[in-house]
Write a protein that binds this ligand. Structure first.
Ligand SMILES: [Fe+2]
Length: 254
């Protein structure tokens, strides 16, 4: 978006406004486009077989290219008419209130930097590969999009309650980041941490994690370690299930 567009977006946000930036797409180097291409080509063969159908459809809907870093304006232009979501560039990690405000406004806070060739498998902080390749295709799915917006709205209303927020953080972790779903009798991945990591995804599809049926009360009480491979994951039967679960969590915590 141009400067006028940025002002318009900022006008809808309060706590998140200072973190919005422009993506300078032209400044990406040929080497960076080549790293993106390598990251995508490493993941796609496995994902075509093991990602949920909604992820793969979303990948095409938002127009991701295998050989070129995404232009977030172009991604949002394809996404917004479908589900109202945008992929909105931000300067880096957001404080929780700003993060939830953006989700509630259907704007996904998106980093614009790209990992280097020395960390193709893992970066401790999210980069544009994790954020766009890992997260944004799912935002083209109407039910998932509604779930994520509602999730942000609930959490924005819980800022005074750190215990409730921690429980909601577990819901996010075991769905948006590390969610799996059963489709046609097979386990498929949809969480960005599994979509974007070859090692973690391989371990899960080869049976290296315990898969439990998704239960929101269990999930809200399941502690996790962000620095380790996940020993336990929760499988849903449909995306309606996580939307309903979020409403149940809201009723329990609100
Ligand atoms: Fe993520």
């Amino acid at each position: 978006m141009g400067v006028a567009g940025l002002n318009l977006t900022q006008g809808r946000l309060h706590v998140a406004a200072p973190y919005l930036i422009e993506q300078d797409w032209k400044s990406y180097t040929p080497e960076q486009h080549a790293i993106w291409a390598e990251l995508v080509s490493r993941r796609m063969p496995q994902l075509r077989e093991h990602a949920c159908s909604e992820y793969l459809e979303g990948f095409d809907i938002i127009g991701l290219k295998e050989d070129q870093l995404p232009d977030l304006k172009a991604v949002s232009a394809r996404l917004q008419p479908r589900t109202g979501w945008q992929s909105t560039p931000v300067s880096g990690f957001l404080p929780p209130d700003a993060f939830f405000e953006m989700l509630a406004a259907r704007m996904f806070p998106t980093t614009t930097w790209l990992r280097g060739r020395d960390s193709l498998e893992y970066t401790p902080e999210p980069d544009i590969f994790h954020d766009v390749f890992g997260h944004v295709p799912m935002h083209a799915h109407p039910v998932f999009g509604n779930f994520l917006q509602h999730y942000g709205k609930i959490c924005a209303g819980l800022m005074h309650d750190p215990v409730a927020l921690e429980k909601m953080g577990r819901v996010f972790w075991f769905t948006v980041e590390f969610g799996v779903i059963r489709q046609n009798g097979k386990l498929k991945v949809y969480g960005s941490g599994l979509i974007s990591s070859h090692g973690e995804c391989t371990r899960v599809i080869e049976g290296g994690a315990e898969i439990r049926n998704f239960d929101v009360d269990q999930v809200m009480n399941q502690v996790f370690d962000t620095g380790a491979m996940q020993p336990v994951l929760y499988a849903v039967e449909s995306f309606e299930q996580i939307y309903e679960a979020t409403k149940m969590a809201e009723a329990r915590l609100g």
